[in-house]
Design a protein around this ligand. Structure first.
Ligand SMILES: O=C(O)C(=O)[C@H](O)CO
Ligand SMILES: [Mg+2]
Length: 257
């Protein structure tokens, strides 16, 4: 069985954020992730991890003004200084939380932006982030996100697009973040992709589709996909990144005890 982690931004939302660590540990998780840790001091989060014997496995680089519609900065040509500031900010958290990787969101380019220029910007920014993070021995992941339901206009909609950026940036600590849900929504043959992309995958996330809820709520063969991860020898973290239907604790039937 894979090593499962809980995404504390989406799971346990019945509780205030800092109380979700205890709930995750009590449910049996050993690892946690969140979208953005930045509104809490690194020392506060480090103490939550220590107190509940949890590992922080991932969080996102700052992604711009989320409320204003930003969904990442890395492919946005006029935001490079802000991207670099975000990397510096994230480094304080990777160090304090001993977090092995950060996820880099490409963002939604402005209407009419030149895709080639966006791609070059992305490659440049990925190199910058990878080179800063490697100094601490960390990885940077790149996540494709479905443009059909969740983030229309997102620059990297498919695994192959993300892989093209990773290959062009050419840094050993750059990896693919494979979110089974997004790949499924984009119509990817997920089981076959897992085998093909295995050498590039640094982190896995899941939710059932449609709906982005817990396993069993939709049509994805998630138990088979977890077994496939074992078969291909993937030993990294697999994070539950879904919006529970009902109370989180009643959504965890899929989690081995
Ligand atoms: O939406 C997702 O799947 C993610 O993992 C990102 O972190 C979104 O921000
Ligand atoms: Mg994801």
């Amino acid at each position: 069985m894979p090593r499962f982690a809980a995404n504390l931004t989406l799971l346990f939302t019945e509780l205030p954020f800092l109380e979700r660590y205890a709930a995750a540990a009590e449910a049996g998780f050993k690892g946690v992730e969140c979208l953005f840790p930045y509104e809490w001091a690194p020392t506060v989060l480090a103490e939550c991890l220590r107190e509940h014997d949890l590992r922080q496995v991932l969080f996102n680089l700052p992604a711009g003004d989320w409320g204003a519609g930003d969904r990442g900065l890395a492919a946005l040509p006029d935001r490079e200084a802000e991207f670099r500031d975000g990397v510096a900010r994230a480094l304080a958290y990777t160090e304090a939380l001993d977090c092995p990787r950060v996820n880099c969101l490409a963002g939604i380019p402005a209407a009419g932006a030149d895709p080639e220029h966006c791609f070059e910007t992305l490659v440049h920014n990925l190199r910058y982030a990878a080179d800063r993070l490697v100094e601490q021995g960390r990885e940077v992941t790149v996540e494709p996100i479905n443009t059909r339901v969740d983030i229309p206009g997102f620059f990297l909609a498919t695994s192959d697009q993300a892989l093209a950026a990773i290959t062009a940036a050419d840094r050993p600590n750059l990896r693919l973040q494979y979110d089974l849900y997004h790949a499924w929504v984009m119509g990817e043959a997920v089981a076959a992709s897992l085998s093909r992309l295995r050498p590039h995958i640094g982190h896995v996330q899941f939710a059932d589709a449609p709906g982005r809820h817990q396993p069993g709520s939709g049509e994805m063969p998630l138990a088979e996909l977890f077994a496939r991860l074992d078969q291909i020898g993937y030993q990294g973290w697999v994070s539950a990144e879904y919006r529970p239907l009902g109370h989180t604790r009643d959504s965890l039937g899929w989690l081995p005890v």
